[in-house]
Design a protein around this ligand. Structure first.
Ligand SMILES: [Zn+2]
Ligand SMILES: [Zn+2]
Length: 386
């Protein structure tokens, strides 16, 4: 699905502006640009404030991803109290609202995606989803009915209550402390404070805008969410947004090991040191089947647009049937492996089942990729013929 331009445009005269948000979100980038001009013209160049800004950007970004998004909004894993305290404090330093307020919007986005109840409805245009939604009051502003479970967590309730003092304190204290160490407080406040917050804001905002406008839809075209490996590079792994909307319970957004996703690596690491548990991984056969079904659903539409008879697509259908069968086999083998683990069967039996699962998964993945390429080639030949 592509964002539809049919939704009526918003009348700017009737918008109930959230002035504090609007002034903050539009003045901070302007101040950052002016500050950078001043810095490059008047201050002797130094890598220290740039490096500090980069480290804090990565830290606060990965906390928003692994904490605000995947832990608090989606509950894709469980975390210990020290981890939650860390996420609450560094999350406040990101200046993206309290975890509770952030999650209330985000849960509503997933539940009502692309409708008028979606706070960042892609059908209202790129800039609306990127920043403007945050500057206007809606009927859901201040509505926390969908995050009552988060209020039950004393750490999050405390962060929500003291969000403003925490934000101001952390955004001043951290750059000032680093600035004192390097002997240049003003440069640190500019780079590690202001510039880092602005860049952090807009990279997060791109997940609501770019990730619903540009990229591929391998898992579902029922909504506007898209996968972009490029976007993932500077959103701490959140660019695989089509996957995320299809499988929001998964703690990973970049499913494959080579997908850039520092959020998933942090969560995995926390599990390994005993600070996180119950990581939800959607099984490979379910993911591959979803991808397969999404592509298969597009075939009738593709044929309908061409003058070629459905018979011409028969070889593709034959291959599709074989993939269908292989996916069923993969699901059965996974079931056998899970049962063997549960029944604590011998380690050699479990290893053998795991090996079979791995081989079947590889066969299905390869066949699926070849089939998708054949479908693409077939579609191209149709468009050339017509
Ligand atoms: Zn999400
Ligand atoms: Zn989305």
């Amino acid at each position: 699905m592509k964002p539809s331009p049919q939704t009526p445009k918003i009348d700017p005269l009737k918008v109930d502006v959230l002035w504090l948000n609007a002034i903050f979100l539009f003045s901070t980038p302007a101040l950052a640009v002016l500050g950078l001009i001043w810095w490059f013209v008047r201050v002797p160049f130094s890598w220290a404030p740039i490096a500090a800004a980069f480290v804090l950007f990565m830290l606060s970004g990965v906390v928003i991803t692994a904490g605000y998004h995947r832990l608090f909004s989606h509950r894709t894993y469980k975390a210990s109290a020290p981890v939650k305290i860390f996420f609450a404090l560094i999350g406040a330093a990101s200046w993206q609202n309290s975890a509770i307020a952030w999650s209330a919007h985000h849960r509503r986005h997933h539940r009502f995606v692309d409708t008028d109840k979606d706070p960042y409805n892609a059908n209202r245009g790129f800039w609306y989803t990127h920043i403007l939604w945050n500057c206007q009051r809606s009927e859901y502003t201040g509505d926390f009915t969908n995050v009552q479970d988060l209020f039950d967590d004393p750490i999050l309730a405390w962060q929500h209550k003291y969000y403003w003092p925490l934000s101001i304190a952390f955004n001043l204290a951290i750059p000032i402390a680093i600035g004192l160490y390097f002997g240049d407080i003003a440069s640190m406040l500019l780079w590690a404070g202001l510039v880092r917050v602005v860049v952090g804001h807009h990279t997060t905002f791109l997940i609501n805008s770019w990730a619903h406008f540009f990229g591929d839809q391998p898992y579902s075209s029922e909504n506007t969410a898209r996968d972009s490996a490029f976007l993932a590079l500077f959103t701490h792994g959140e660019g695989f947004h089509n996957y995320h909307h299809a499988f929001e319970a998964d703690y990973r957004n970049g499913r494959a090991w080579y997908h850039w996703d520092p959020g998933k690596w942090l969560i995995y690491l926390l599990e390994k040191v005993g600070l996180a548990s119950n990581l939800c991984r959607i099984p490979d056969d379910m993911v591959l089947r979803r991808r397969f079904e999404a592509n298969r659903m597009r075939m009738p539409e593709m044929l309908a647009q061409s003058a070629v008879t459905p018979d011409a697509a028969e070889p593709l259908e034959t291959t599709a049937s074989r993939i269908d069968e292989a996916l069923t086999t993969l699901r059965l083998v996974r079931g056998e492996w899970q049962a063997a683990v549960k029944e604590k069967r011998s380690s050699c039996q479990i290893r053998e089942l795991k090996r079979r699962m791995r081989l079947t998964r590889r066969t299905v993945s390869t066949a699926l990729e070849e089939w998708e390429q054949s479908v693409q080639r077939f579609a191209s030949s149709l468009s050339l013929a017509s």
